[in-house]
Design a protein around this ligand. Structure first.
Ligand SMILES: Cc1ncc(COP(=O)(O)O)c(C=O)c1O
Length: 395
């Protein structure tokens, strides 16, 4: 029996593939240091864990709850969106989902028809194009320039747009580059989106993880009725809660109406225990986030300096998220039998037990992504191994 044509269309998560490979080597006793993880290395806050214990003890939480999310959590999401991000919506504009990832798919399923095109600036987070394809749309990649800090320009967007263009995917601070658009740069892009009456899916998962300057303003500030704007956010990154699987979608009534139908048929409610844990995270403010940020910033500065001191490696200025995007193109030209960043990452993992995610996964060959969400000690040891590996390639 045949299976769906999706099988030929979509790829598994490239970042998860690296994690699996690292895990396998670790289980064989190899001293793997993982720079691949897309998650903070801290435990979830104690108040979050306690909220979950209390929630699990209450029989009311053992039952189904509304598919769009607990009313109390949706209210807190509205309050924190206003307080931190500066836009004002109603609880009915919010759907709580199984992580931001599910919200991204729901957003595409709710807005795209077969053949609709979605503009995705590359490098991009690996899930976007696959989720667009699952929803029947066509991803259209726009290659951004390293010399422009991988920021997309209005001119590039204008060149990529045609009558099938339906949406722009926007992620600032960015995964995988850590780049943060300034207010002026973001405003210019939003103005172009609104003028062309396109959707903008703004992925704000890393909103709070910015180390220099301001975070980018949300497009929702400029589009208070959410005519064109869909927001995705969640507790995974800012509160170190990746495993709890709580994210949310914010959009206008029409998108939310369809999104609710989709989610009610797909998953029903997110685990009540996780939702109440997320509520506790949001109610307790950003102290925990700010503490993690001190460690992330220290590691960011250390890693940037160390990598830039390695021969022919170059890292672009990253001021957000917890990623560095390293130019390794010098070592992908066939010398030493290494022809691509994918092969280089394989070689580094197999020979030096250091795991990076190759740029191919993000649509930008010749680069690799490094997550600095690991201990200072491992960061130091892992980067020393990288230095040694590159020295060997130069011999
Ligand atoms: C840019 C971006 N968006 C969304 C997500 C989804 O996060 P989650 O599903 O854990 O909320 C991630 C996770 O890696 C991400 O990096």
């Amino acid at each position: 029996m045949d299976i769906s044509k999706l099988d030929k269309l979509i790829k598994p998560s490239g970042t998860m593939a690296i994690s699996n490979k690292s895990r396998e080597l670790k289980s064989q006793g190899k001293p793997v240091i993982g720079f691949g993880a897309g998650e903070p290395d801290f435990p979830s806050p104690e108040h979050v864990v306690n909220a979950a214990i209390n929630a699990a003890s209450d029989p009311k939480n053992h039952k189904y709850s509304p598919a769009a999310g607990l009313e109390s959590l949706r209210k807190v999401i509205v309050e924190t969106s206003k307080q931190y991000s500066g836009f004002d919506v109603k609880p009915n504009n919010v759907i709580v989902s199984n992580g931001g990832k599910q919200s991204i798919l729901t957003a595409f399923l709710s807005t795209l028809d077969d053949g609709d095109e979605v503009l995705i600036p590359a490098p991009y987070w690996t899930t976007y194009p696959e989720a667009v394809k699952i929803a029947g749309g066509n991803p259209v990649f726009i290659d951004t320039e390293k010399d422009n800090n991988f920021k997309v320009t209005v001119e590039q967007l204008e060149n990529a747009k045609n009558s099938n263009t339906k949406m722009l995917v926007w992620c600032s601070p960015s995964n995988p580059t850590g780049v943060v658009y300034t207010k002026e740069e973001a405003e210019e892009i939003y103005e172009w989106v609104f003028k062309n009456d396109l959707w903008i899916l703004s992925d704000e998962l890393y909103e709070h993880l910015v180390y220099e300057g301001e975070t980018s303003p949300s497009p929702a500030i400029y589009d208070p009725e959410l005519k064109n704007t869909i927001i995705v956010n969640g507790v995974s990154k800012a509160y170190s809660m990746t495993g709890w699987r709580v994210g949310w979608l914010i959009a206008n009534d029409k998108v939310i109406g369809l999104g609710k139908k989709i989610q009610s048929q797909a998953t029903s409610n997110v685990s009540n225990v996780s939702q109440l844990a997320a509520e506790s995270a949001l109610l307790n403010g950003l102290d925990v986030t700010n503490e993690m940020k001190i460690a992330f910033n220290r590691r960011r500065l250390f890693a940037t300096e160390k990598i830039n001191s390695i021969s022919n490696l170059d890292v672009i200025d990253s001021t957000g998220a917890f990623y560095l995007f390293v130019d390794v193109s010098h070592y992908c030209s066939g010398n030493n039998g290494i022809n691509s960043s994918e092969e280089l990452c394989d070689w580094l993992l197999e020979n030096y037990f250091i795991a990076f995610v190759p740029g191919e996964v993000f649509g930008s060959p010749g680069f690799m992504r490094l997550s600095y969400a690991l201990s200072d000690e491992d960061l130091d040891i892992g980067l020393s191994r990288l230095n040694e590996a590159i020295d060997n390639l130069n011999e």
